[in-house]
Design a protein around this ligand. Sequence first.
Ligand code: FAD
Length: 302
Amino acid sequence: MNSFFLKTITDLVGSDRILMNEDMSKHTTFKTGGPADIFVSPRTEEAASDLVWYLNETVRDYFIIGNGSNLLVSDLGYRGVVIDLSGLDEIKVTGNIITAQTGAALSKVSHIAADEGLAGMEGLSGIPGSVGGAAVMNAGAYGDEMSMVVKSVKVAAGKGSSVVLTKRELKYGYRTSVFRTHKYLILSVEFELEKGDRDEIREKIRQNTESRRKKQPLDKPSAGSTFKRPEGYFAGKLIMDAGLSGFTVGGARVSEKHCGFIINTGRATSADIYDLINEIRERVYARFGVKLEPEICMLGEF
Ligand SMILES: Cc1cc2nc3c(=O)[nH]c(=O)nc-3n(C[C@H](O)[C@H](O)[C@H](O)COP(=O)(O)OP(=O)(O)OC[C@H]3O[C@@H](n4cnc5c(N)ncnc54)[C@H](O)[C@@H]3O)c2cc1C
């Protein structure tokens, strides 16, 4: 490790905000993955912006993590810097606008919206991601989607500064956005919501929570739906119809409760999950001629 590089990072974020060889299984909902060389948690938006500027200048590999709920990290870990923004989690409400920092939990923002009588995020309330991760993935469920409620996104622009991307610039599509092709660091997201009836909003959230509990294997580590929805099909149904319910590789299994989910039965490695993903893709393609594309993001070498 270059000591000048490490010293500069320390000067930017503070020594108490840096971990070396951090076990990434602690930061992913799959609960798998090896160590990241450097794991940095900036305390302020300015520090995050300075850090990413320095990393871009020095062309070091870096990866921004949200809540790790859509992420598979290699068992070999990651030879670079992981930027964790979970400490940036302020949420402010002004009329029908909610501004949330990137590390705030999406579910918390949805519940605050409900308390304020603001509608539009009921379907998003059960998604276990951060605001930043959800903005990147254009997360959605039960008829709601980030693209419907995001007004703008503030991103780091280097040396403590930031710029605001408007909705049009976000290029939202199904589980995709400009952030999938351009490496921006999201600092905060502005949501624009509709006035609604508080009790109706809360009731919708309750129904969605109930439905998730019934249909999804929430008691086991996973990253939600493994694959994007192929046009005209449902990934989970294709996997089930291919006879893969309960299909297992090492400690990774196709959930019997929801075939779209891969679960960690307790002793899975990321390699098990990766191999299972490939096995599913091959078998579904052989049976139905449909190519399943992973929705989950991957970090490190597989
Ligand atoms: C039980 C379960 C249920 C789920 N249900 C749903 C669902 O109904 N609908 C749905 O859409 N998803 C669902 N997911 C998947 C996941 O929760 C979402 O994709 C979520 O939006 C990911 O957010 P995250 O903060 O965990 O992001 P991460 O997984 O940490 O990261 C995802 C991507 O965002 C990038 N990123 C994160 N923060 C930033 C930032 N500040 N700046 C730039 N890039 C950033 C990462 O680099 C990565 O590319 C589910 C997952 C689980 C485990």
